[in-house]
Design a protein around this ligand. Sequence first.
Ligand SMILES: Nc1nc2c(ncn2[C@@H]2O[C@H](COP(=O)(O)OP(=O)(O)OP(=O)(O)O)[C@@H](O)[C@H]2O)c(=O)[nH]1
Ligand SMILES: [Zn+2]
Length: 309
Amino acid sequence: MSRAEGIVIKSTGSWYLVKQADGSVINCRIKGKMRMDDIKSTNPVAVGDLVEWEPEEEGNGVIAEIRQRKNYIIRRATNLSKQSHIIAANIDQAILMVTINYPVTTSIFIDRFLASAEAYRIPVVIVFNKIDRFDHKHMKELEAIRSIYTEIGYETILLSAKKQEDITEFSDLLTNKVSVIAGHSGVGKSTLINRIEPGLNLKTSEISDAHHSGKHTTTFAEMHPLRQGGYIIDTPGIRGFGLYDMAENELHHYFREIFAASSACQYNNCTHVQEPGCAVKRLVAEGAIAASRYNNYVNIFLNKDEKYR
Ligand SMILES: Nc1nc2c(ncn2[C@@H]2O[C@H](COP(=O)(O)OP(=O)(O)OP(=O)(O)O)[C@@H](O)[C@H]2O)c(=O)[nH]1
Ligand SMILES: [Zn+2]
């Protein structure tokens, strides 16, 4: 049977929407026993997957093969769900949306996300949203946080998804790329996507004033085609993606400035926590490495960040 190829733009449990190069969309199921790779996940196919499908009755199709993934992000198994879940595949960049207030995004959340993205080799743009709500004091706080990240080479943008008229600086970053947008519930992801692609009309919801936290309006991952070219993937109220299978002694590879400094440590297997002659600790003391980054590294290393996720 003849096969066609396409990209999975939406999954609703057992059905997948597959978009063809000509723009048409086919509803596909998956072949009963499709061989999956080594990932034990609840979903064999994820948005962003490039697939081959065969036509079936009534204009539907069946996915027969998944092309090798360039990368993918995963929500790892927890006590509640024993299996991991592939959130999305073949991603060009992640947009990490952050608000320092309303709701609060902690620096350990940001650093965990960045480390995961480094591990997955996905570039990140950090978007600080809701700046319309910030007074002078908050703005200074924000600039201080921002500079920590620009200094180690991350791209950052300040914006107001709701109030800002011109958001082309952000919009241009998305053109012809597959971008995943992540961040706490209530930071304004849907609001921003609706600004870029008003036709989508994504549901947004007031954050509860009592807790300054959102309500997890978005429940499943979906890839939205953009008129300008490219796609944006709206993640289900995920709190960043997990550090999937990342060994402790690997963690420092994913904190760029810590890794860059580590070659000068006295011990070449230095974990930068308590060893003597640690170049990382020296640079932290000198202020060349941000204390917040180092502390977050240590807390993640010692597995003490659970409560911040
Ligand atoms: N003041 C202000 N409010 C904003 C801004 N962006 C979004 N909001 C508001 O914040 C609330 C949450 O926005 P959403 O877009 O629903 O947030 P979300 O990140 O998509 O939330 P989930 O779907 O739950 O993950 C809504 O009431 C928005 O109107 C902004 O730039 N400034
Ligand atoms: Zn060290």
